[in-house]
Ligand binder design. Structure first.
Ligand code: IMP
Ligand code: MG
Length: 328
């Protein structure tokens, strides 16, 4: 078994979907597995120049490679079927390759109703938190309990250990600073979003090859706490970067890249491949800065790149600076 991982190292919306799609295009993977979260996620992917937004289904669906919703995920049945339909209507073959781990949990209508009343965290109101709560309370419902899902349901052990050698891409959702253990609790999601969550999907830890840490060159966060400083620069970034949620349409609050937090997330997840997305946005705004340490570079992109490259943790062996929503 060989496993590569794509995970967010900020607060979600880093562009994981784009990177996963890019790797799947070239990577000879036998499987792609979503390892956490539910339809709170929104992955924007350009496939053959056409824009798609997916919530549940991993990016390998675009390439006819088994796309598995792993046991670390929670699934909304209506949303899942809607997404299958949407992909199929847009020419993507969903028939043979979309799978759900039998032990993944279900987001019920009651979970969604409950989450809709949230006023404290600023959740995506998708029922994610209540579904994970019931999972851990041992009162949840699993994919294997739902006859309607039977055609999709698989056993992870059978799928990954009983056939040919698996080459797996693990596709994360949200980001390490939304992780229930490592984020700014309670302003977090209800799953683990880091490399630890990968293993719990039934992956041999010794199989891990590359950990792709995905970041933007600035920070964004969606939720109740105040995150964006009162400074018109961040409104410009918000606009230039179209920082509106793919799932909820809410505005994402913006700030400069928190370099200290980024370094922590890189080390704690063993990131060796780092992608900085949305270089094009700061080029347009013509301002480059960092928070922690507080630094302003004016319009000097080169100084910014030089600083972050020179101060990267040693585990990072390759850094990609991307200026396109379609590829890295
Ligand atoms: P929940 O995951 O819907 O419970 O939301 C908890 C927190 O995580 C809120 O601040 C959400 O805005 C945030 N969140 C959840 N999923 C995403 C995502 O995919 N991108 C960005 N923020 C997210
Ligand atoms: Mg998103």
């Amino acid at each position: 078994m060989i496993t590569d991982i794509v995970l967010g190292i900020q607060h979600g919306d880093e562009g994981k979907g784009k990177v996963a799609h890019h790797l799947l295009k070239n990577g000879n993977y036998t499987h792609c597995i979503r390892f956490n979260g539910g339809c709170n996620a929104g992955h924007t992917i350009y496939h053959n120049d056409k824009k798609f937004v997916t919530h549940h289904i991993p990016a390998s669906v675009f390439f006819g490679v088994p796309a598995i919703i792993g046991p670390g995920c929670v699934v909304n049945i209506d949303q899942f079927l809607k997404e299958l339909n949407y992909l199929s209507e847009n020419g993507i073959d969903v028939q043979s390759n979309v799978k759900i781990a039998k032990n993944a949990h279900i987001i019920t209508r009651a979970h969604v109703t409950e989450d809709t009343k949230d006023e404290k965290i600023g959740t995506t109101k998708s029922g994610n938190g209540p579904a994970y709560r019931d999972k851990h309370n041992r009162t949840g419902v699993r994919a294997q309990d739902i006859p309607l899902l039977a055609p999709f349901v698989i056993d992870m052990y059978e799928e990954l250990y009983q056939k040919e050698d698996a080459v797996i891409l693990m596709e994360g959702a949200q980001g390490f600073w939304l992780d229930v253990d490592w984020g700014d609790y309670p302003f977090v999601t209800s799953s683990n979003c880091g490399v630890g969550a990968v293993i719990n999907n039934g992956i041999d830890p010794r199989s891990i090859r590359d950990v792709w840490g995905i970041a933007k060159v600035y920070e964004t966060y969606v939720g109740k706490k105040k995150f964006q400083p009162d400074d018109p620069t961040f409104e410009e970034i918000q606009k230039a970067g179209s920082e509106f949620g793919a799932t909820t349409g809410r505005v994402r609050q913006c700030n400069w890249l928190d370099f200290k937090q980024l370094n922590k997330a890189i080390k704690m997840n063993g990131v060796n491949k780092l992608v900085f997305n949305k270089m094009d946005v700061l080029r347009e705004v013509k301002q480059w800065g960092l928070k922690n340490p507080n630094m302003v570079f004016g319009n000097d992109e080169n100084e910014f790149v030089k600083f972050v490259t020179e101060n990267m943790p040693e585990c990072v062996d390759e850094i990609f600076f991307s200026a396109s929503p379609k590829t890295i």
